[in-house]
Design a protein around this ligand. Structure first.
Ligand code: SF4
Length: 473
């Protein structure tokens, strides 16, 4: 156990941080889902190991009362790893020498349910289906890529790729909410293949909640010669095709169904769709509509930050007590609460930097294009953007979540001392960047800020605007 809440049933029963729970009411939970179901009972008998001793702890509590103990990971048996070898897999494009957890290729429906990870269903079984349906593990996120069985098998480099979408059909038949994703690789599943995939979704999987279309991510460590970046014309063609398909889905199903990632609009240099065209931002974590939600948060038309921005760190560094997502920066705020409640991790004053000092906002190259007009609207000459080119990964890795410590350090080293530097927390996991550097190792002190528009506005000292929705109530 990694945390025991003060005054909780766990503490009353004598459980302590560091205890290993071997079983609960005689059964061994396989994951946090089974643990939570089991811990719901009013009377619990735990087999506990502590410092080489084994003993039994009885817990008496009201049915449904939380146990008040947090465990160290979400999956207690082995995470189910993926048996695919996708050409576009970003994990194959990581440089050597990063921490081990980053190289784990999971394809585990439990992580899909818990963290929003995508599963291809190639290792899904009848028993898994039974569990998902019985325990209502919904929604799940499924990578589709192509509905043509041959294309899907080729893309996943797995002969089971073609047939495994039968599980998608089964999930939908049992009323499980499923969100789909298409990773678009130019020359592989765009063009005619994409048109067929959209037609296939309309025909075979119309119950899907929505489908995110995202461009493949390419780093300079890519070794697959057939993988390449989209051209501007290809990005524009994708945006146009998705608009056309949205019209079709809207007419037939009453919803737009398919959405292009923000990156497409940035690549194509086209304006983002209006906020209401995102139909509730279901795929926000997948980079769909983030620019519009950030804008709404910044200008006070969103009462709360939209969802969690997990970046690359959905779960890779384990599942600590803070809601089973690695805290961005354990030195301070986790960024998991609403930004209007949260402070920056390290304030300028704490760092010995004047609150009224000029401000530099560190962000990815794409993030800078989104934030620039927002900051300009404040009319502040003392606030500047500091885009951080991603030299570490190279390729098209321009998103803020993939910023690494070395690149940020290179930018900061060129900046004057005594200024305030704001760093979005989406590029951190437990205070570390993807390259293993820490916030403390940067050449200038930074303020770690939750990655949303409300938090940015607050960090800039600009009045946080009353949410328009609340004003109308
Ligand atoms: S399914 Fe995902 S993790 Fe597995 S190889 Fe493909 S992209 Fe990588």
């Amino acid at each position: 156990m990694v945390a025991v809440a003060p005054g909780s049933a766990a503490e009353r029963a004598g459980l302590a941080v560091g205890d290993v729970v071997a079983s609960i009411n005689g059964s061994v939970p396989r994951d946090i889902i089974e643990w939570r179901f089991a811990a719901d009972d009013a009377e619990l008998v735990l087999d506990v190991q502590r410092g080489g001793l084994e003993f039994t702890v009885e817990v008496a509590k009201r049915a449904g009362e939380p146990l008040g103990a947090e465990v160290s990971s979400a999956v207690f048996d082995r995470v189910r790893t993926c048996d695919n070898h996708c050409e576009f897999c970003f994990i194959y494009q990581l440089p050597k020498g990063l921490r081990t957890s980053l190289y784990l290729k999971d394809d585990d429906y439990r992580l899909s349910f818990l963290y929003g990870n995508f599963t291809t269903l190639t290792r899904f079984t009848e028993a898994d289906l039974e569990r998902v349906v019985t325990e209502r593990l919904s929604p799940l996120n499924v990578s589709i890529h192509a509905t043509d069985p041959d294309v899907r098998s080729r893309m996943l480099r797995n002969p089971r790729g073609g047939m495994s979408l039968r599980w998608l059909r089964a999930l939908l038949d049992h009323g499980i909410a499923v969100r789909g994703q298409v990773v678009l690789c130019p020359g592989v599943n765009d063009g005619v293949v994409f048109e067929r995939t959209m037609a296939g979704i309309l025909d075979q999987y119309p119950e899907l909640e929505s489908v995110a279309v995202v461009p493949l991510g390419l780093s300079r460590f890519n070794t697959e010669s057939s993988m390449r970046l989209h051209t501007v014309d290809e990005a524009r063609a994708m945006v146009a095709s998705i608009r056309d398909w949205q019209d079709i889905f809207l007419r037939v199903l009453g919803k737009r169904m398919v959405f292009a990632a923000d990156e497409y609009y940035l690549m194509a240099d086209l304006p983002f769709p209006e906020a209401d065209a995102y139909e509730g931002f279901q795929m926000h974590e997948d980079g769909i509509g983030m620019a519009r939600t950030f804008e709404a948060e910044f200008f006070g038309t969103a009462a709360q930050p939209t969802g969690v921005q997990s970046g690359f760190f959905a779960w890779v560094d384990g599942a600590p007590a803070a809601g089973y997502r690695a805290p961005r920066n354990p030195a301070g705020d986790t960024g998991l609460r609403g930004a209007h409640e949260s402070a920056t991790t390290v304030t300028g004053l704490q760092l010995g930097v004047r609150r009224d000092a000029p401000v530099g906002i560190l962000t990815g190259v794409y993030g800078a294009r989104v934030i620039e007009p927002l900051v300009q609207s404040l009319g502040r000459a003392d606030v500047r953007l500091l885009p951080v080119p991603n030299e570490f990964f190279g390729g098209n890795t321009s998103v803020t979540g993939l910023m690494v410590g070395a690149d940020i350090a290179a930018v900061l080293a060129q900046q004057p001392e005594g200024h305030r530097y704001l760093l979005p927390d989406v590029c951190l996991s437990e205070g570390r960047f993807l390259d293993g550097l820490t916030v403390q190792s940067l050449p200038r002190p930074v303020e770690v800020v939750p990655t949303d528009g409300i938090a940015l506005r607050r960090a800039l000292g600009a009045p946080v605007m009353e949410p328009v929705l609340e004003r109308h109530l």
